[in-house]
Each structure stands twice: as structure tokens, then as C-alpha cells.
Write a protein that binds this ligand. Structure first.
Ligand SMILES: NC(=O)c1ccc[n+]([C@@H]2O[C@H](COP(=O)([O-])OP(=O)(O)OC[C@H]3O[C@@H](n4cnc5c(N)ncnc54)[C@H](OP(=O)(O)O)[C@@H]3O)[C@@H](O)[C@H]2O)c1
Length: 312
């Protein structure tokens, strides 16, 4: 494939797997100047073999979005090497499963650190370069979880809703500088986020938790759904490329039909109908959790021997 002579410089986060890896490889094959970042360079092999398979080239840099120093270092390297960044794709993220009472403060804060503050760290470092050239696109990978919630995902939901509000507000702030802020809201795609990279609340598997039976049921339900999911994660790369090429792209962009329908239902249905639908999908067949003494909280993990005696 012929390489455009003046290819745009695209910086992506979280390229060791999933959407980030596929999007980086896709854009590289199309001749973009791709700077693919990942927090652990030992994972570079999967990306480079995909790039070799498709053709093109990527520059791989280390970046942990929660580590401001690594963010600054990578952006400085790009500034020295290319002098500009035309497109930023904030993709790095993970999801922690677990009911609110099973999650620790630290787990919720860590979720926000990556999915929300991580995006801000990278965006803050990149905006000055975009302002300098009076152009740029910031594409934030949100989720269907950014407009529709579900039980046992409150931390992830909150991080993506925060990302949505931040993106919408930032869009107004940056429009006068010629910088566009866009969202992609994918539904479920079978990537490592549900397998190797899946995270669960400290007390998710604690039989002493009042949510234990629900947690186990929900994990099974979600994983059955994910295992049956045959959508191609490349669709996110296709959408990113479309947004880069578009003159006036829409702010919110949903790649899969399922989530497009969900988004439409969310807008047109009264909330009580919509939430009954969500409750039915996730909690069908479940009644009130077994009663436990109100003072059982906080629950300790099995590793901690100080489980209050009344809940043992
Ligand atoms: N798959 C879905 O169904 C789905 C749906 C909606 C939205 N999303 C969103 O899409 C994005 C990509 O997810 P994915 O499905 O492609 O999952 P994935 O395969 O697990 O990829 C996640 C990527 O984020 C990286 N990452 C996590 N924390 C990071 C940090 N602190 N600094 C830098 N990189 C970090 C991971 O790196 P390591 O390898 O080092 O962990 C990995 O490269 C996420 O923001 C996710 O919330 C996914």
C-alpha cells in the first residue's frame, strides 16, 4: 500500500492488546505515522507481529497513563521526533467487577485513576501541541457503560460516565483552537478485558458477602454473553479511522448495532421502563439478598482473618 507523503501523527494508549493493538496496526497499514504506547514494553511482540503481518510501521513507546512522568516523557519524544500530534486515541482502560459494598475505596480510586484521570493526564500533555498547530482530534474510547449502567459495574460505569462528561465539556473548550473531541461507545467485544485483564472486587468471591450469590450468578451470565459474542474488535479501528478522515464527525459514535439500539431505548423509554428492562436482564430470578446484620460491614477478604464473627 502506498504511504501518504504527509501522514498524520496518531498517538494511541493501551496498545498491548485489544482495540488499541488492532487500531494501531490498522492505521499503520494505512500509512499513518503511528506512535503506539503501552505500559509494559515486554508485551510489544503481539503488536509488532500484527503490524508485520499487515504491513506498515509503528513506533512503540512506554506509557503508563497513571504515571505523569511516563506520559510527559513519551509526549516529549514525539515532539522531538515529529513536532506534532494530530490525533490522540485515549484507549487504555480496564473494568473492575463487583458490587459497591464488595469494592474497596482503593479499588474504586484505581479504576478512576486509569479510566478517567489517566485520560486527563495524556490529554493535558497533548493539548499544547495540538493548540500550536491549530488542529487535532482527541478520540476517547468510552463504552456503552458510559450511558447505561448495570449492577456490579458501578466503578467502571462511574469512570466512563465521568469520561463522557469531561469529553463533552472539553469539546466546547477546545473548539476555538480547531481541536475536536470525540467519543466512541462500544458495546461488548471479546478482548482481554474480560479474560487475562479482568479485575474483580476484593470481596467478589467472599462467601461472607451478602452479594456473593448475585456476584457468582452475574459473572456467569456476563461471561456466557461475552463467550457468545462474535463481533469483530477491529470495528473500533474502522471507526477510529473513519473519525480521523471525517470533516465534521459526530460527537458520540457507537460501532455495534446492539449498543445503538440500547442507546436509542435509553433516550426514548421512560426511566422506569428502561431500568426494569436492565434489571430483568441482569437480575432475573433473584430476590432480596439473604439478610445479614447491618454491622457486618466492612467485609474482609478471606485472606484477612478478622472477619467479624457474626458473619462467619
Ligand atoms: N472490550 C469491550 O467489550 C469494551 C467495550 C467498551 C469499551 N471498552 C474500552 O476499550 C478500551 C480498550 O479495552 P479492550 O477491550 O481493548 O481491553 P484489553 O484488551 O484489556 O486492552 C486494554 C489495554 O489498556 C491497557 N492499560 C490498562 N491500564 C493501563 C495503564 N494504566 N496505562 C497504560 N495502559 C493501560 C492494557 O495494558 P496491559 O496489557 O499492560 O494491561 C491494554 O493494553 C478500554 O478503555 C475499555 O474500557 C472495551
Amino acid at each position: 500500500m502506498s504511504q501518504p507523503s504527509n501522514s498524520q501523527v496518531v498517538l494511541l494508549t493501551g496498545c498491548s492488546s485489544g482495540f488499541g493493538l488492532l487500531t494501531a496496526a490498522r492505521l499503520a497499514a494505512q500509512g499513518y505515522t503511528v506512535v503506539a504506547t503501552m505500559r509494559d514494553l515486554r508485551k510489544e511482540g503481539n503488536l509488532t507481529s500484527e503490524v508485520n503481518r499487515r504491513g506498515g510501521a509503528v513506533e512503540v513507546l512506554q506509557m503508563d497513563v497513571t504515571d505523569k512522568q511516563s506520559v510527559t516523557r513519551a509526549v516529549e519524544r514525539i515532539k522531538m521526533g515529529h513536532g506534532r500530534i494530530d490525533v490522540l486515541v485515549n484507549n487504555a482502560g480496564y473494568g473492575i467487577g463487583g458490587f459497591f459494598e464488595d469494592l474497596t475505596d482503593e479499588e474504586i480510586r484505581a479504576q478512576m485513576e486509569t479510566n478517567f484521570f489517566g485520560v486527563q493526564n495524556v490529554t493535558r500533555a497533548v493539548i499544547p501541541l495540538m493548540r500550536q498547530s491549530s488542529r487535532g482530534k482527541i478520540i476517547n474510547i468510552s463504552s456503552v457503560a458510559g450511558f447505561s449502567t448495570s449492577p456490579a459495574f458501578s466503578a467502571y460505569n462511574a469512570s466512563k460516565w465521568a469520561l463522557e462528561a469531561f469529553s463533552e465539556s472539553l469539546r466546547y473548550e477546545l473548539q476555538f483552537f480547531g481541536i475536536d473531541v470525540l467519543l466512541i461507545e462500544p458495546g461488548t467485544y471479546k478482548t482481554k478485558i474480560f479474560y487475562e485483564n479482568a479485575q474483580y472486587a476484593q470481596n467478589f468471591d467472599n462467601p461472607q458477602s451478602p452479594y456473593f450469590v448475585w456476584s457468582q450468578h452475574l459473572r456467569k451470565k456476563v461471561m456466557t454473553y461475552v463467550n457468545d459474542c462474535h463481533k469483530d474488535p477491529e470495528e473500533i479501528g474502522v471507526m477510529v479511522e473513519k473519525l480521523i478522515r471525517a470533516k465534521n464527525p459526530p460527537f458520540r459514535n457507537i460501532p455495534d448495532i446492539e449498543s445503538q439500539v440500547l442507546s436509542w431505548l435509553r433516550r426514548v423509554l421512560p426511566f422506569w421502563v428502561y431500568s426494569a428492562m436492565i434489571r430483568m436482564f441482569f437480575m432475573e430470578g433473584f430476590s432480596r439478598p439473604r439478610s445479614v446484620p447491618a454491622d457486618h460491614i466492612p467485609i474482609r477478604s478471606e485472606r484477612n482473618s478478622s472477619i467479624p464473627s457474626q458473619v462467619r
